[in-house]
Write a new protein. Structure first.
Length: 313
């Protein structure tokens, strides 16, 4: 097993998971990722970073990576546990760990007092083996993104910065996968239907929103057991809908382009999980003179999205 927040399940996390799965296979044991929720900084300082992925999205990504995710509810009591208590209660008695893999700089327990050396000593006492994961990257795009050709460290902080800046290529390089969001479809004001372009409004929880604008995306629905449906071409708007509202909170609205060929009644989407991968930004969000001008632009956006997405995988 391994322990951490795993926000974003980026390339650094994936490197740990790959080694974890291989080590578990050697010992004929299950590979488990213990993820902390909420973010420890939120509990300890009250100021957590905005997350790349909320918990539900994180669990989906971890399951796809081939591990069993387990959530540790993190509160002040857990934060105050000495490192030895954390190991005994969670790793040993709670999960029966036989092998524990952590990043080379991993810290745990009260005031981050625990490290790999302590984990190795505790492992000898409790009957598990501890090991540090190896982290190395050689992706050309990732190396080129660094100052003076030195490359960049892979971290959730870097991913957040890239997404906030709208740097999709860098974010994808750091994540090792397309930039995606996952949320449940919630009720909106149904204005898209009146314009002739019904949308699925996504509740993204505390996760970082994509940069504002209109995007060509791939979208698919997820079954209750996490099984994904087929990818569908779609266009998404991220922003405040300035043509009709002022100072509204950011919202992500997804319009499925093949709804006529594969019909889904808009009302049937409520409560379902929808995943969307960002492919290309089509334009910035802007205010239009009225519904007719907006309707004309949305039609143009849909045409541009079809071009950007062809062929849809």
């Amino acid at each position: 097993m391994t322990v951490g927040v795993f926000d974003g399940v980026h390339r650094g996390h994936q490197a740990v998971i790959t080694q974890l799965v291989a080590w578990a296979r050697e010992g004929a044991v299950d590979p488990v990722v213990l993820t902390l929720w909420p973010h420890p900084k939120q509990v300890v300082t009250g100021e957590a970073p905005q997350l790349v992925t909320d918990l539900e999205h994180r669990l989906v990504l971890l399951e796809r990576a081939g591990v069993i995710p387990v959530v540790l509810p993190f509160d002040l009591e857990v934060a105050r546990w000495p490192a030895e208590t954390f190991v005994e209660r969670v790793l040993v008695r709670g999960l029966g760990a036989s092998r524990v893999l952590v990043g080379p700089d991993h810290r745990f327990g009260r005031e981050r007092q625990g490290d790999l050396e302590l984990l190795e000593r505790l492992g000898a006492a409790h009957g598990f083996e501890a090991r540090a994961a190896r982290l190395a990257f050689s992706g050309a795009r990732l190396e080129a993104a660094g100052p003076d050709g030195k490359g960049v460290d892979v971290s959730s902080t870097r991913v957040r910065a890239a997404l906030s800046a709208g740097d999709l290529p860098l974010a994808e390089a750091l994540l090792g996968r397309p930039v995606s969001v996952l949320g449940r479809v919630v009720h909106g004001d149904a204005r898209g239907r009146t314009l002739g372009f019904p949308t699925a409004n996504l509740d993204l929880g505390p996760a970082l929103r994509p940069p504002r604008g209109v995007w060509a995306v791939r979208a698919r629905l997820l079954a209750d057991d996490g099984t994904p449906g087929a990818w569908r071409p779609a266009v998404a708007n991220v922003g405040r809908r300035p043509t009709f509202l002022q100072d509204a909170p950011d919202l992500m609205e997804v319009h499925l382009l093949d709804a006529a060929a594969s019909p889904i009644a808009p009302d049937a989407l409520y409560g379902l999980r929808l995943e969307a991968e960002l492919v290309a930004k089509l334009r910035d969000e802007r205010r239009f003179s009225g519904p007719d001008a907006l309707r004309t632009q949305i039609a143009a956006d849909c045409a541009a999205a079809r071009t950007a997405l062809a062929p849809v995988r």
